[in-house]
Design a protein around this ligand. Structure first.
Ligand code: GLN
Length: 486
């Protein structure tokens, strides 16, 4: 049962084939077996999970039939969870126990899910490999010598290894889609504003977006049904009606216009990954879609613009960690300045400090116009490219990542790591919805296919992804975990 999709689990729970308690026990057992090696979870909430499962079974027998009732989930450790440590992958928040739940957590609780625990992640969501976590690297279940991708690598590895049925993630520049691609699972980032950011530890506020990591587009639609909506506690959440995202999953793709950005099929893309994406296009053509090349002429500037804007926002957001109110405080400070300095130097890891320095520099009086303002102008050009493309096509399709999962330690140069997000970052700069779905393998490692939609066209993205999954089995592929049990 644990290998099934959320939709299938939901049906099994409804028919009484399995109880939430049985299911929760199975996942907890699986976590016990495999988490030592994979390191996908930072915190496991065994006791409360079983209590929630019991309560869910009880509500069900009382007639409650919410679709996610009793389905076990894991939250990325960036979401504040009342009474449960929320580390954001950092020493700075190692002992931080929030007094409240993030809106996303509250909404999933209201949907009746069982929370199994909190998943590992790159420190403050900065990274593409899950190697920057204070709690150690996460390993890719397909090959433990390789990274799971980042920053939501714990969530992706946990879903891939069936340690949970579904997980939350956040995506600032690719952190849901890229790990989903590397781990052979489905990862969805909604349009900016669709899901509340309240209670999510802030990295780059104009880019951060909560989303889902799961086993199918149908599951992602079910998860968005639970997560989406206006939240008055987040002024950037949008006042726009949500729909039932599962309602149009089975619409025909006859006449769907798919755009292929020429820039995504250029130098740097692995030939084998490219072949998988071209094969996927054939599936779409057989379903009645038409294919058209499109131009995203400013895409090559996306990584540079992002690495000015995101660090700038991070430098402001992370100024709150001063050792005074909460978070890590150095031992025996001699004065206030010493406390600030040492708390931050000792509490933050290397990559986080690099971002704070870059961001502070980019925002400083002498360089603001040259870097920050210019990056914002480029951001607008990038968004305009997408808007122009969507005048001609309904969906944009391409690879999620230029290659499959790389080996642990392979990218020691920060710029090489930053270039990992070459196909995903522009989507965040433009605020659009995007999904990564498994679409093949290269040497036994999963390949991710990215679909991007117009502003708030989440339902259309799910529809296109679901139709592919109905006609292929890549999302059913499982890593072989033999020999990994502890
Ligand atoms: N890899 C990108 C970064 O390091 C994106 C991270 C994210 O989406 N949170 O900033």
């Amino acid at each position: 049962m644990i290998e099934r999709t959320v939709a299938e689990i939901s049906t099994a729970l409804a028919s009484g084939d399995i109880s939430s308690v049985e299911l929760t026990q199975a996942y907890l057992h699986r976590i016990e077996q495999y988490n030592t090696d994979l390191n996908a979870f930072i915190t496991v909430c065994e006791e409360s999970a079983l209590e929630q499962a019991k309560a869910a079974d009880k509500s069900r027998s009382d007639g409650d039939c919410k679709p996610l009732l009793g389905v076990p989930l894991a939250h990325k450790d960036i979401f504040c969870t009342k009474g449960v440590t929320t580390t954001c992958g950092s020493r700075m928040l190692q002992n931080f126990v929030p007094p409240y739940d993030a809106t996303v957590v509250e909404k999933f609780n209201a949907a009746g899910v069982v929370t199994l625990g909190k998943t590992n992640m790159d420190e403050f969501a900065m990274g593409s490999s899950n190697e920057t976590s204070f709690f150690g690297v996460v390993k890719n279940p397909w090959d433990t010598a390789r990274v799971p991708g980042g920053s939501s690598g714990g969530s992706a590895a946990a879903v891939a290894a069936d340690l949970c049925a579904m997980a939350t993630g956040t995506d600032t520049g690719g952190s849901i889609r890229q790990p989903a691609a590397f781990c052979g699972v489905t990862g969805f980032k909604p349009s900016y504003g669709r899901v509340s950011r309240w209670g999510m530890v802030a990295f780059a506020s104009s880019l951060d977006q909560a989303g889902s990591i799961c086993k199918s587009a149908e599951d992602a639609a079910m998860m968005l049904n639970a997560m989406a909506g206006l939240d008055e506690k987040d002024s950037t959440s949008i006042d726009k009606a949500t729909v039932d995202y599962t309602a149009t999953l089975n619409d025909s793709l006859e006449g769907l216009k798919i755009g292929i950005p020429i820039q995504h099929f250029a130098e740097g893309l692995s030939a084998e990954v490219e072949q998988n994406i071209l094969d996927a296009l054939k599936v779409y053509e057989s379903l009645g879609a038409t294919i058209k090349e499109i131009d995203l002429p400013n895409n090559h500037l996306s990584v540079s613009a992002y690495y000015v804007i995101a660090p700038a926002e991070a430098s402001a957001n992370l100024s709150r960690y001063d050792g005074v109110r909460y978070g890590y405080r150095c031992a025996e400070p001699v004065d206030l300045e010493d406390m600030y300095k040492r708390s931050r130097s000792e509490g933050f890891g290397e990559e986080v400090k690099r971002r704070i320095m870059v961001g502070t520099y980019a925002l400083s009086a002498g360089f603001y116009d040259a870097y920050y303002r210019k990056a914002q102008k480029i951001r607008r050009l990038i968004r305009n490219d997408f808007l122009a493309a969507f005048k001609e096509v309904d969906i944009i399709l391409g690879p999620t990542s230029p290659h499959t999962a790389f080996e642990l330690g392979a990218k020691s140069d920060p710029v090489a790591m930053y270039l990992e997000d070459i196909y995903t970052i522009a989507v965040n700069l433009a605020g659009l919805p995007g999904i990564s779905i498994p679409a093949g393998t290269v040497n036994g490692l999963p390949v991710g296919l990215q679909l991007v939609g117009e502003d708030f066209a989440e339902a259309k993205v799910f529809n296109a992804a679901h139709q592919f999954q109905k006609n292929t089995d890549w999302h059913r592929n499982k890593p072989d975990l033999t020999g990994m049990e502890s």
